[in-house]
Design a protein around this ligand. Structure first.
Ligand code: MN
Length: 407
């Protein structure tokens, strides 16, 4: 049994307004070849298939074409769970149809937790049990109590998540026992933020719950899982030094912050009760580079890179005000294969921190930064900030979790 674990495709996401469909397509083609080459039986996609709840036609096309193509390979099962970016109802809509292609889609929790426990078989022989837990929304696992503090909320939420995993694992263990096959692997899936997880500046990974405190500790996962395929964090990583609990990370760098990072998919092989884990590096389909410094530094670096084909994020850090910065840079880029997607002018940003400068757009700020500026503008005291920020985060979360496709 050979499983491939991937997550966080974010199909349809752009980078500073630049569409990335060619890269998504190249990745999915590469993935099919990888599935064939490594004779994968089961593909696990641990959430954030799409970048948002109503993906473009082109993004949907990529997804469905991919699923149809995989169905014609050695891969007999695909399990897709929803991430926090996915709309549960959108993902679930073609569920029944996709079952015909051996694709299991778990977009949200249902009335019956058994729906998350899948027995995969091949020629009527059990292969593995998958506990396909989708991204758990606050309301899925937590009962709100009046008067509870932020800490209570977080503690209840973690407790709720941990109970949910406990329940699916008990069902899986029972199933394994009923089958009389103690070596049958049990594999967990999840889309969440574990404690100590690595993120990078600008990778677009959202805090999932109200505060950064709601990070799930690895010891909250049941011991009976032989592997846990996680999604949400974009840096591939092992959780809490436990080899079998992993994030595959996103296959494409979602932002320039991830540009220098190796992207991975993970292959897990089970045979005769033994587990082998191997990381496969995803090729770079589009080079992203960050350049920063004085105008001389920037121009020199462009000169060095001019034969390469790359997308650039340029940050000007010089002391002088250069009113025609963009023009100067654009001139340096003429006749190169380089393309600048963003020019940040640190100098302007620092001088007029409060004002929106010509070179700073809302794209440069996240929702929390905007709110912080608002608090600055109203000269809000430090003690008031704590409560206001957590209330604001709660509103943001509700907005992000709203399922626009749900009836
Ligand atoms: Mn996510």
């Amino acid at each position: 049994m050979r499983i491939l674990h991937t997550s966080d495709w974010h199909l349809g996401r752009s980078l500073y307004n630049k569409k990335r469909y060619e890269e998504f397509e190249a990745f999915l083609e590469w993935l099919i070849l990888t599935i064939q080459e490594h004779k994968i039986d089961t593909l696990l996609v641990a959430g954030d298939v799409f970048d948002n709840g109503s993906p473009s036609n082109r993004a949907q096309n990529l997804y469905y074409h991919f699923l149809v193509k995989v169905a014609s390979t050695s891969c007999q099962h695909i399990v897709v769970i929803a991430g926090n970016h996915d709309s549960p109802s959108f993902l679930n809509a073609p569920k029944e149809l996709l079952r015909e292609l051996n694709v299991y889609v778990i977009g949200s929790i249902t009335e019956s937790i058994e729906d998350e426990v899948l027995l995969l078989t091949s020629n009527n022989q059990p292969q593995a049990i998958i506990c396909a837990v989708p991204y758990l929304r606050d309301r899925d696992v937590r009962v709100a109590e009046p008067g509870e503090t932020i800490d209570d909320k977080n503690a209840n939420l973690i407790e709720g998540i941990s109970q949910h995993y406990g329940e699916v694992s008990r069902l899986a263990e029972q199933k394994r026992e009923d089958l009389g096959n103690p070596k049958l692997p049990i594999i967990g899936m999840g889309h969440l933020f574990t404690a100590g997880g690595k993120t990078l500046d600008g990778d677009g990974v959202r805090e999932l719950y109200i505060g950064a405190l709601t990070h799930v500790h690895a010891d909250k996962f049941p011991a009976s899982f032989d592997y846990i395929a996680l999604g949400h964090l974009h840096v591939p990583q092992i959780v809490d030094k436990k080899e079998h609990i992993r994030y595959s990370g996103s296959p494409l760098p979602i932002g320039f912050g991830e540009a220098s990072q190796e992207k991975k998919v993970i292959i897990i092989e089970f045979s005769e009760g033994l587990r082998k884990i191997e990381e496969i590096t995803v090729p770079v389909f589009q080079k992203l580079l960050r350049i920063s410094g004085s105008i001389e530094d920037i121009i020199e670096r462009i000169e060095e890179l001019k034969l390469e084909s790359a997308w650039l994020e340029i940050e000007y850090k010089g002391k002088d005000i250069i009113p025609n910065l963009r023009q100067v840079i654009d001139e340096a880029l003429v006749a190169t294969s380089l393309e600048s997607l963003q020019i940040k002018n640190r100098q302007v940003m620092e001088k007029v921190a409060m004002a929106i400068s010509a070179d700073e757009t809302l794209d440069d700020l996240d929702e929390i930064e905007v709110f912080n500026r608002c608090l600055d503008a109203f000269e809000t005291s430090e003690e008031d900030r704590v409560g206001l920020i957590s209330a604001y985060r709660e509103i943001l979360r509700d907005l992000q979790e709203e399922d626009l496709n749900a009836e």
